[in-house]
Structure formats: structure tokens, C-alpha cells
Design a protein around this ligand. Structure first.
Ligand code: B12
Length: 217
């Protein structure tokens, strides 16, 4: 894979962000297709283009410089663009390993968790993505059916920490040895000690660290 910098320069990033905020879906799509065609790696595309622009959308929204409608538009475009990488995602040789990735109840931020499931797929795992707002008991039922090697939980709002803890407790009750990965922006503001106190639970701040962890697994 070529380095991200050689393909995604600042000018291209700013053009993409402008198109995203203006809702020019086709233009965003063409830029992403061009970057994929040039060989930009999936982790870099996700981090340096999609994540960076969504964090910027969040800041603009927080500072009342864009409306909720525009933020929703940018989110929906980004969500659809993730699917452009799918042909290369599933081309990797399968390892036979499985992961389940999900958000807890009342957690509607799902793009980051979806990216995590995709990175598992990229590394040959089956990355079962359960999406936003998944009840703990239903997730555990699914874990019984699929028998994954790892479960990943995403938390964006620190106010949802007790819900995440409930998920961990319900999983631990049936699967005391299950490897748990947690991630998401909530941990910028706290919650790590509480999560680590469960043991066998690892905090992964970004996709780069996730790739290193998978390479070592
Ligand atoms: C889009 C968005 C929404 C959308 C989400 C839709 C969707 N389909 O996902 C909607 C409109 C639903 C929404 C609602 C709200 N949102 Co919002 N949202 C965002 C926004 C703009 C982008 C989120 C995003 O996609 N980021 C990009 C992804 C790729 O980044 P990421 O989530 O951090 O994921 C990466 C890593 O954290 C890590 N990771 C994440 N999960 C996991 C899991 C595992 C296992 C691992 C290993 C790694 C990992 O890997 C990912 C890739 O690198 C953010 C701004 C921001 N800074 O992100 C605000 C933001 C998260 N929201 C915020 C808020 C306040 C809200 C609301 C409370 C607003 C309101 N008053 O209603 C509600 C809460 C809804 C709820 N109960 O969940 C705040 C949170 C602030 C805080 N201190 O808690 C933010 C930061 C905006 C801001 N700056 O104020 N939001």
C-alpha cells in the first residue's frame, strides 16, 4: 500500500469536506473511488478522510456553524461511502476467526464501530456488526449462536457508560473468558478505569492500534 500522504493531500481533503458539507454525494463518491483506485489503504481512508471529516462536522455542529440537517446529510453520505471499499475488504483470505462488534443501548453513533468490524474483515475475520442501540441480552444470544473469539463494544457518549457496563456484565456472566475490546470517543472524557476493572478488557483508541492487535493475535 502507498502512504496516505502521497494520495490524500490537504487540498483534496478540503475539497472533499466542502463537497460533504454541501451534500454533493456524487463528488464525494468520485473522490473516494479515485483514492481507492490509486491504492490508498482502507485504514488510512477511514481515518484520514472519513473520521477526520466527521470529527470536523461534529465541531462545526457543536459551534452552531452548521445545522443538524447538514450534519445528518454528511453522516448519511459517509455511511454510504464506507460500502465502496467492500470488494477489497472481503477479498482477504479467511482466518476462520470471528468477531462481534456492537454499540450498547442508547448509543446511536455507529460509523466508528462499523469501521472496526470492517477492519476485522480486512484481516480475514468474520466481523459481525450489530449496529447501534443493541440490547445486551439480544447481543449475548447472538454470541451464543456465533461463538466469536472477540467482542468489540463502542461507546461515544460517556453518559452511556452504565449501559456499556451492563453489556460487559451480561457478556461476562455467560462468557467469563471472552476477550473484550472497547473503543470510542467517550473514553476521551473518562470511563477507562471502570471498563478495565472487569479484566480481559482492552481499550483500543484507533484503527492503527486495532491492526497491530490483530497482527499479534
Ligand atoms: C454523526 C454524529 C451523530 C449521529 C450518529 C449517526 C450514526 N449513524 O452514527 C447522530 C445524529 C445520531 C448523533 C446523535 C447525538 N450526538 Co453525535 N456526533 C456525531 C459526529 C458528528 C460524528 C460521529 C462519527 O461518525 N465519528 C467518526 C467515527 C469514525 O469516529 P469514532 O466514533 O471516534 O470511531 C473511531 C474510534 O473512536 C474507534 N472506535 C469507535 N468505536 C470503537 C469500538 C471498538 C471495539 C474499537 C476497538 C474502536 C472503536 O475507532 C473508530 C475509527 O477510528 C460526532 C462528532 C465526532 N467528534 O465524532 C458527534 C458527537 C459524538 N455527538 C455528540 C452528541 C452530544 C450527540 C447527542 C447527545 C446530540 C443530541 N443532543 O441529541 C446525540 C446522542 C444520540 C445517542 N444517544 O447516541 C457529541 C458527544 C460529546 C460528548 N462529550 O459526549 C459529539 C462528539 C459532537 C460534539 N462535538 O459535540 N450524533
Amino acid at each position: 500500500m502507498k502512504s496516505a500522504d502521497s494520495m490524500l493531500n490537504e487540498e483534496l481533503y478540503q475539497e472533499y469536506l466542502k463537497a460533504l458539507l454541501a451534500g454533493r454525494h456524487k463528488e464525494c463518491r468520485e473522490k473516494v473511488q479515485m483514492l481507492i483506485h490509486k491504492g490508498m489503504g482502507i485504514k488510512d481512508l477511514y481515518t484520514d478522510l472519513f473520521q477526520r471529516s466527521m470529527y470536523e462536522v461534529g465541531e462545526l455542529w457543536e459551534n452552531n456553524r452548521i445545522t443538524v440537517a447538514r450534519e445528518h446529510l454528511a453522516t448519511s453520505i459517509t455511511d454510504s461511502l464506507l460500502n465502496l471499499v467492500y470488494p477489497s475488504l472481503f477479498a482477504t483470505a479467511r482466518t476462520g476467526k470471528k468477531a462481534v462488534v456492537s454499540c450498547s443501548v442508547n448509543e446511536y453513533h455507529q460509523i466508528g464501530a462499523k469501521m472496526v468490524a470492517d477492519i476485522f474483515e480486512l484481516h480475514g475475520w468474520d466481523g459481525h456488526f450489530l449496529g447501534a442501540n443493541t440490547p445486551a441480552e439480544d447481543m449475548v444470544r447472538f454470541i451464543h449462536e456465533v461463538k466469536p473469539h472477540v467482542v468489540g463494544l463502542s461507546l461515544s457518549l460517556l453518559s452511556n457508560l452504565d449501559r456499556l457496563k451492563h453489556h460487559i456484565e451480561v457478556i461476562r456472566a455467560d462468557f467469563p473468558q471472552m476477550d473484550l475490546l472497547v473503543g470510542g470517543q467517550a473514553f476521551r472524557w473518562g470511563g477507562l478505569e471502570a471498563v478495565r476493572s472487569y479484566g480481559g478488557t482492552q481499550y483500543i483508541p484507533n484503527l492503527e492500534r486495532l491492526e497491530t492487535t490483530l497482527a499479534e493475535a
